[in-house]
Design a protein around this ligand. Structure first.
Ligand SMILES: Nc1nc2c(c(=O)[nH]1)N[C@H]1C(S)=C(S)[C@@H](COP(=O)(O)O)O[C@H]1N2
Ligand SMILES: [Mo]
Length: 319
């Protein structure tokens, strides 16, 4: 996001070579999963998609009310083009390096201003029989987007169980801090651990999801295993990955990207085509897999569900 790469060597040459190598590694993995007969019989595209079969399947009921019918991005796009700076800053790094993350066993601590704080195993916090599938648009602040079939539960379900007190006005989220598992944390850029926050009404909005899977499988590490936030009307950086702590707080949390560059990234980060990033326009976006740019929609197309929460907010000042 903030990093501007210097083109000392020709950038595209490196990328294409790296993609080629990743692809070789990927095909090898698929061969192990499917066995050789299937490999020989399948067209290339089919086993490029089949990497997902190595992940545990999840049962989830489709939530049509909150799902877009737009064309979903492929498993390969969604799990091969990521932002997860704990594993490096290029889009291919998370898929290549997130293998060092151990997503189970995994504890999530819930604390702060609530009557029922506690520490939960992720599989107790989100029981598999509650899961729903929601197909959401994801719009990164860098002006690319995807359509992703998430599996998860509304955050509000968890919040209600915790009984936040009337003093709790915000929810703060924290990613795991462990440079052994997350080698990117040995380097600078962001002040680790990654932190995000939502106002209480945003956290309680029915669209806000705690996700544990995608495409009917548990989350791959590079997508924020075992549990991550999904806030579809906000820029992607609000959707914090690999959460270990959820806190009910009185003051607006200072989120990592705002802490680094407050003139570029704010607290709200609502998708807004009328407020440009200081270094680029937010009016259009590139949907992965598409050639022509598309127009960015206010609140990423979720205005009907969320605009009311911001009636009294100056969206240019509080970006
Ligand atoms: N902990 C953590 N969470 C994170 C990030 C990160 O670097 N670290 N990147 C964010 C950004 S910028 C985006 S666009 C989304 C990307 O999610 P995806 O890789 O599953 O598409 O994750 C967000 N959550
Ligand atoms: Mo992003």
């Amino acid at each position: 996001m903030l990093i501007q790469k210097k083109n000392k060597i020709h950038g595209s040459d490196i990328t294409s070579e790296k993609n080629y190598l990743n692809r070789r590694a990927f095909l090898k993995t698929s061969a192990l999963v499917l066995g050789t007969t299937a490999i020989n019989a399948s067209p290339l595209r089919v086993f490029e998609e089949s990497g997902r079969l190595s992940y545990q399947a999840l049962k989830a009921s489709k939530n049509k009310k909150y799902s877009t019918v737009e064309k979903k991005n492929s498993w390969r796009d969604i799990t091969g083009y990521n932002n997860f700076y704990e594993f490096g800053t290029s889009k291919e790094d998370p898929a290549e390096y997130a293998g060092s993350l151990k997503p189970r066993p995994w504890k999530v601590k819930i604390d702060g201003l609530c009557n029922k704080p506690g520490e939960y195993d992720v599989d107790d916090l989100i029981k598999n029989n509650q899961l729903e599938e929601r197909v959401y648009r994801l719009r990164c602040v860098e002006a690319w987007s995807m359509v992703i079939p998430w599996v998860g539960i509304p955050l509000r379900t968890i919040i209600k169980k915790c009984e936040p007190t009337t003093k709790a006005r915000y929810v703060r989220f924290e990613t795991l801090m462990d440079p052994g598992q997350m080698p990117g944390q040995r380097r600078g850029i962001l002040d680790w651990p990654y932190v995000e926050g939502l106002r209480m009404d945003e956290a309680l909005n029915p669209l806000t999801l705690l996700s544990v899977g995608l495409y009917g499988r548990v989350l791959p590490n590079q997508n924020g295993a075992p549990i991550r936030l999904v806030v579809p009307w906000k820029y992607g950086f609000k959707s914090i990955k690999s959460i270990v702590r959820i806190s009910f707080v009185e003051k607006e949390p200072l989120n990592s990207w705002q802490a680094l560059a407050p003139n570029e990234y704010g607290f709200f980060a609502n998708v807004n085509p009328n407020v440009d990033h200081p270094r680029w326009s937010q009016g259009h976006e590139r949907r992965l897999g598409e050639f022509f740019k598309r127009e960015t929609l206010m609140f990423n197309g979720y205005a009907e569900e969320v605009a009311g929460m911001y009636a009294n907010l100056d969206l240019k000042r509080r970006f």
